[in-house]
Design a protein around this ligand. Sequence first.
Ligand code: 3PG
Length: 307
Amino acid sequence: MKILVATEKPFAAAAVNGIKEIVEGAGHNFALLEKYTDVDQFKKAVKDADAVIVRSDKVTEEIVQAAKNLKIVVRAGAGYDNLDLNALSASKIVAMNTPGQNSNAVAELAVSFMVYMSRNQFTPSTGSELKGKTLGIQAYGNVGRLVASIAKGFGMNIIAFDPFVPADIIKADGVEVASSLEELYSNSNFVSLHIPVTPQTKCSIGYALMNRMPKGACLINTARKEIMNEEELVKILSERKDLKYITDIAADNQAELEDKFGKRVFATPKKMGAQTSEANINAGLAAARQICDFFATGNNKFQLNKF
Ligand code: 3PG
């Protein structure tokens, strides 16, 4: 079988070497396409591939059509909004992700964002401390849970809202449970977003929720830009001159935001939450193992689609 790693944003070299070792060790052929600049390069590389490992790379219907031998796609990471599951299912191609494997890297970045904004983007003007402040976690999954655990070390109070996680599980971590999103935002000096993009969450964070935040609060987005209502973000930041927004996924209107709001907003130059060698190794090697296991035994534990 030919197993292709197709990553516009490459894995660390150690992860690529590890993936190659697993693939070849299982008797398969390894192929690599990194830093591609055109979708045609992906189409060409995937043509005779039996399996593909991607990151945020878009696996569209066009890619699926070009990949005549494809049997499995693994998104080395958590969010799979980049995979067209309908197109994959229609061609009977298994889609998987590797949940939890890169969570710590994202959680560490989210917490560092709080420090960065509290210290005025590392400028010497007087900042504030995290100790004693309240952090609201929107979605208590793999990343949210780790953010809570790290933030506790700073002496923060933690509240979480997650309708899909039983309250007992959240409380067992010493985290308070908010009964609604409104309650979460009203009581949090920081809100850290850890929701996926779904039809329900798309464009769901905007004026009404942010306007509930206490004076001087900061919204932290290491999730996806699509969950933000960008027009409403401009409106609330214009009206509430005390609020701040920091993101790992630049808004489509990021230039406008920076122009209008200066140091109250910040975006990393390129999404970097999962860009550590540890996360790349964890997620990349898990993806390679899942593919080899799928070919060897049919194990489909992390399958996302049904057909
Ligand atoms: C994820 O969903 O796993 C993260 O957003 C990481 O995405 P990346 O692999 O593109 O860095």
